[in-house]
Design a protein around this ligand. Structure first.
Ligand code: AMP
Length: 265
């Protein structure tokens, strides 16, 4: 079995990975980390839950650990673009966790909250900036941050960013990055519009794609086709017949999650 040590990550990063309790790299990590460490662009087709965050964060942190640089005001060495504030916050937390043994500054910026604190956070510059595209453009317009010193750009959940209407924002942002940057693009799906964008922003990428035709053997999968109005009755019936101690139900929106929780109560 392939272990993390075979990936030859810089020692402080390898130690943090061990402290997280990770023993073996996930398939996406095994495939993406070696070419990313070589500086290659990556096109990763992977969903959340596959370990894709570490697949891009670990090689990036490896570079920062081996080649630390002083911060440059209003600049970021690494830019990570994500579709939502939740994901942005989660990615930033992962960088901080995996980077806990090195000197690392991480900033997270997203819309829907006051901008002034974000402007202050960026003033000294950061190693890693995790951003949603709209707010990042705002910050650039306000001259709070520049992208011309970025060495690495990550587009995470790129299909979601397109779905949320960020395509113009992305087309505006990508040319502001240096041409010789490294670019890592991750997406669960590859619709045509995204393929075009990927062609524009990636240079001879290593394509990393997981076979996702088989569910894990430990999990039974079933699909039930029902009308909207029958969903709750079906869920009740499934829960009544299942022998379980706890269950997780996923919903599409937080509003639905709240309503469903009330109904279940
Ligand atoms: P992600 O797909 O990046 O959202 O990661 C899914 C979850 O897997 C996160 O909770 C990670 O902490 C965890 N994880 C990532 N890589 C590994 C690994 N190699 N071993 C065990 N857990 C991992």
């Amino acid at each position: 079995m392939t272990t993390f040590s075979s990936l030859n990550l810089a020692e402080p990063i390898a130690k943090a990975v061990a402290a997280e309790g990770y023993e073996t790299p996930t398939p996406i990590q095994l495939q993406a980390i070696p070419p990313a460490l070589e500086g290659r662009d990556i096109l990763g087709i992977a969903q959340t839950g596959t370990g894709k965050t570490a697949a891009f964060a670990l090689p990036i942190l490896d570079r920062i650990a081996r080649n630390p640089k002083p911060l440059r005001p209003k600049s970021a060495r690494v830019l990570v673009l994500a579709p939502t504030r939740e994901l942005a916050a989660q990615i930033a937390a992962s960088f901080s966790a995996y980077g806990r043994n090195i000197r690392l500054s991480v900033a997270t910026v997203f819309g829907g909250v006051p901008i002034n604190r974000q402007i202050r956070d960026l003033a000294r510059g950061v190693d890693v900036l995790v951003a949603t595209p709209g707010r990042l453009i705002d910050l650039i317009d306000r001259k709070a941050v520049m992208l011309n010193a970025a060495e690495i750009a990550v587009l995470d959940e790129a299909d979601q960013m397109l779905d949320l209407g960020f395509v113009h924002a992305l087309r505006q942002l990508m040319p502001l990055l240096p041409r010789d940057r490294q670019t890592l693009l991750f997406s669960a799906t590859m619709p045509r519009e995204l393929r075009h964008l990927a062609d524009e922003v990636l240079h001879r990428p290593a394509v990393v794609e997981l076979a996702h035709d088989r569910p894990p053997e430990t999990i039974a999968h079933a699909v039930h086709a029902v009308q909207e109005g029958d969903k709750f009755a079906l869920l009740e019936a499934l829960l009544a017949e299942a022998d379980f101690r706890s269950a997780i139900v996923f919903t599409r929106t937080k509003h639905r999650a709240k309503r469903l929780a009330q109904q279940l109560e």
